[in-house]
Every structure is written in structure tokens, then in C-alpha cells.
Design a protein around this ligand. Structure first.
Ligand SMILES: [Zn+2]
Length: 430
């Protein structure tokens, strides 16, 4: 009798498990085909206002994302892309993301001039008419819709060109892209004659990525592709030193006057090149020995290739770009002013203003650990609530004295960052 109940239970668990997957996969097949639809637009404005201007829609050859987890469950990022079925009004795809424009809005320059940034979002290619909505998070963490577009997939203006023919290799192969987390590494500032170096640099940094926990334990959930996009010159722009290089993705140091902040505004070319392979995360590897990097959540990651700390930069930036983790440091110079509002709980998993700490790592804390936690020897290796983080010495708290999101004097992410990374890996691969 007991066995029977157990067997019945197992059958029903198995049924629920598989029926869930089957249901979601059916959802994908009901609404989408295995290609990508890309929306390109301009985000323009200044410190106080922004407007979205439509540019174009583009069809890309692969869909590298999950076919099961279509709806964002994290609500990280400053913006949210939502896709609705036009007839039923049902939400069929969503994804949080951030932008370089929003970072720029917090700089001094944004108080003086208007500027425009090219932006892109991607979604699986629809079978039927959809409505795309972009929303922005306000200061109080509420999303407001700022752009709506109805898209008929038969519209003949959907661009089906601009995916270049470039050489690519799969340097980590764990299986089908829809069930794995695919990182595409694009060469930036490598001449045609330097592609062997690009391959060696990519392999070195990828090996290093999978030496850090929790990437180490989850290597079998990743595919890593590299795309050889040659540049005319070697290196990248260093405007503060009057160094200018002709490179395929137009990257530069000194973003927003921060010397080490390495980014590109050319997301259009970046996405065109990434589309050569199926991907979830874009990694731009910049051929330089100068220290620097940058990453924006679900937008792109950049790292220098040859600095002695490049392997740390590589994994740290992925923490931002892939898992939306905040910087836990507060002593280095940044260009942002009032990046975090201390009266609001930030959305990033690894910092808190203590406004709504219940939603953060409170349940992971030892009940004897004081909040805030003193930086004494007793707590230095413990999970706590340490003041200083998110570019501010006061009012923002981080989970551990040290973490790869704070400094490179440790080899480890703190337990809160680890948990956030693991949850994100699962979201892409379960
Ligand atoms: Zn951390």
C-alpha cells in the first residue's frame, strides 16, 4: 500500500515536472520560431528627461535563449522589455536590462547637454502579431511604459541583412544553445593577423572564468563561442592620452571621463556581429594591456585582454552583465552622482539600503550576526551587512567584507553574489 502511494506520488511528481516543461515549450512553439527579432531605437535626452525614437526591426538567424523560461522572474535592470500576443493580450516574453544612456544620465555632462544613444533589445521571432513595450523603472522602483510598438512579423520592412559572414569557433561545447548559456566573445582591436592571439586570449580568459566558483561547478551549462571580427588597427581608443585606433566595435577607455571605464556606444555593430552565432551574453574582448572593463546588464560585457588582472576583470564584469550584480566597492572614483537613492531598496541582489532588507539576504544571515555588522576580525569571513558599497561609503551595505564584486584581493564571490549567479544560470538552462 505504502509502495503504491510512493509510486503514485513519484508518477505525479514526474508528470507535473514534465507537463510544466511541455507546457512552456508548447508556449514557445505557439508564439515563436527559432530566430531572433531585434528592435533598434534611440534613447535620447538629458539628466531629467528621455525619449525613445524607433529606428528599425531586424531578423537574426538564431534564437540562443531559453525556450522554457520566457518570462523574466528577477526584475533586475533599469528597463523591462515586454512582448504581448496582440490578440489575447497575454505576456509571452519579458526581459530586464540596463543601458549606457541611463548611466550617462547620472553624469555632470547630462545636466548640460542632450545626447542620443543607439540601443537594441532582442526577443524570439514572433509567428503572429505582437505588441512590444519598453518600460523604465522610476525612482521608487515602479515600471512605467515609455514605448509601444505593434509588430506584424510579415512586415516587409523587417531588415533581413547585416549579419556579416565571419569566422567563428565554439571553444566550450556543452550542448544545444536553447538549453545552455551561450557566451559569444567578439574580437575588438585585433587585426586579421592577430586572430591566433584572439583565440589564445579567449581560451585563457575562459579557462580562468571556469576556475571561479560558481562558474567552475556549472561549466557544463555553458557554451562559449568566439567570433573573429578583424580591426584595421590593434588596440582601442584612449581619448585621454590622444590615442585613436580604427577598430571594428569602436570601443574606448575614459567613458564618462573614467579612465578605466572601457565601453562602446556602437551596440548596432556589436549585435550584428554577435548574431553570427546563437547567444545569451555578449563579451567584447579588447586587445589591450591597459587596465579596464565595463558591463551593462543584458547589454554587453567588455574586458581588457592582457593586463595582469584581466582574468579578474573578465569574471567581475560578467557579474554585472549577466547577473546584474552591483559594484560592492566605494573607494574608487566613478563619474556617477547619486547613482543609488538611499530611500529606496536597490534592485541588485548584492547591496542593500536596509529599506527592504527582508527581500535581500536577511534569511541567509546567522541570527547572532549584528546588523549592520562591524568590520572586526570576528566577522571578516562571515556573511553580514557591512557598510560601504555601490560607490558610497555610507548608507549602502554589502554582504561580505570582501567579494570579487568589491576587489581583486580575493578569489571568491560572496555567498549572496554566488546565489544570484547560480539562480541566473538555472534560469537560462533548466
Ligand atoms: Zn558579493
Amino acid at each position: 500500500m505504502r509502495n503504491r502511494i510512493v509510486i503514485k506520488l513519484i508518477i505525479s511528481i514526474v508528470f507535473v515536472f514534465f507537463s510544466n516543461i511541455a507546457y512552456s515549450q508548447t508556449e514557445f512553439d505557439d508564439f515563436f520560431i527559432s530566430k531572433t527579432l531585434r528592435l533598434d531605437y534611440h534613447n535620447a535626452g538629458n539628466a531629467d528627461t528621455s525619449m525613445i525614437f524607433f529606428e528599425r526591426l531586424k531578423e537574426e538567424p538564431f534564437w540562443g535563449g531559453s525556450k522554457v523560461n520566457l518570462i523574466d522572474k528577477f526584475a533586475y535592470g533599469d528597463y523591462m522589455l515586454s512582448v504581448f500576443d496582440s490578440i489575447s493580450n497575454k505576456l509571452i516574453y519579458s526581459r530586464g536590462y540596463s543601458t549606457l544612456f541611463l548611466e550617462w544620465q547620472t553624469t555632470k555632462e547630462a545636466k548640460k547637454i542632450n545626447k542620443s544613444f543607439y540601443e537594441t533589445v532582442i526577443m524570439p521571432y514572433p509567428k503572429k502579431t505582437i505588441r512590444i513595450e519598453l518600460s523604465i523603472r522610476d525612482k521608487k522602483n515602479k515600471f512605467t511604459t515609455i514605448f509601444k510598438l505593434d509588430v506584424n512579423p510579415d512586415n516587409y520592412f523587417i531588415v533581413a541583412e547585416n549579419t556579416p559572414r565571419l569566422k567563428y569557433h565554439k571553444i566550450v561545447n556543452s550542448g544545444m544553445s536553447n538549453k545552455k548559456l551561450d557566451i559569444v566573445i567578439i574580437s575588438e582591436g585585433y587585426k586579421k593577423s592577430e586572430m591566433k592571439k584572439f583565440l589564445a586570449d579567449s581560451e585563457r580568459l575562459t579557462d580562468s572564468l571556469f576556475s571561479f566558483s560558481p562558474f567552475k561547478e556549472n561549466k557544463d551549462k555553458f557554451n562559449v563561442w568566439i567570433v573573429e571580427a578583424p580591426s584595421i588597427n590593434s588596440g582601442t581608443d584612449i581619448p585621454g592620452h590622444d590615442i585613436w585606433k580604427e577598430t571594428v566595435l569602436n570601443s574606448n577607455f575614459f567613458t564618462f571621463d573614467s579612465e578605466r571605464y572601457l565601453t562602446t556606444k556602437d551596440i548596432k555593430t556589436t549585435r550584428n556581429i554577435a548574431a553570427v552565432v546563437p547567444y545569451d551574453q555578449i563579451y567584447i574582448l579588447v586587445n589591450t594591456a591597459k587596465y579596464g572593463g565595463g558591463a551593462i546588464y543584458n547589454h554587453y560585457n567588455l574586458s581588457c585582454s592582457d593586463h595582469a588582472l584581466a582574468h579578474f576583470v573578465f569574471v567581475h564584469e560578467l557579474g554585472h552583465g549577466f547577473a546584474s550584480l552591483a559594484d560592492e566597492y566605494y573607494t574608487s572614483d566613478v563619474s556617477y552622482n547619486d547613482y543609488y537613492d538611499l530611500t529606496v531598496e536597490p534592485y541588485q541582489a548584492n547591496i542593500t539600503t536596509l529599506v527592504d532588507f527582508d527581500k535581500k539576504w536577511k534569511s541567509m544571515l546567522d541570527k547572532n550576526t549584528p546588523v549592520p555588522t562591524p568590520t572586526t576580525k570576528k566577522y571578516i569571513d562571515k556573511l553580514g551587512v557591512f557598510e560601504g558599497g555601490g560607490y558610497l561609503a555610507k548608507g549602502i551595505y554589502r554582504p561580505k567584507f570582501n567579494c570579487l564584486m568589491k576587489s581583486f584581493s580575493t578569489n571568491e564571490f560572496c555567498p549572496v553574489c554566488k546565489k544570484a549567479i547560480i539562480e541566473m544560470i538555472k534560469f537560462y538552462t533548466e
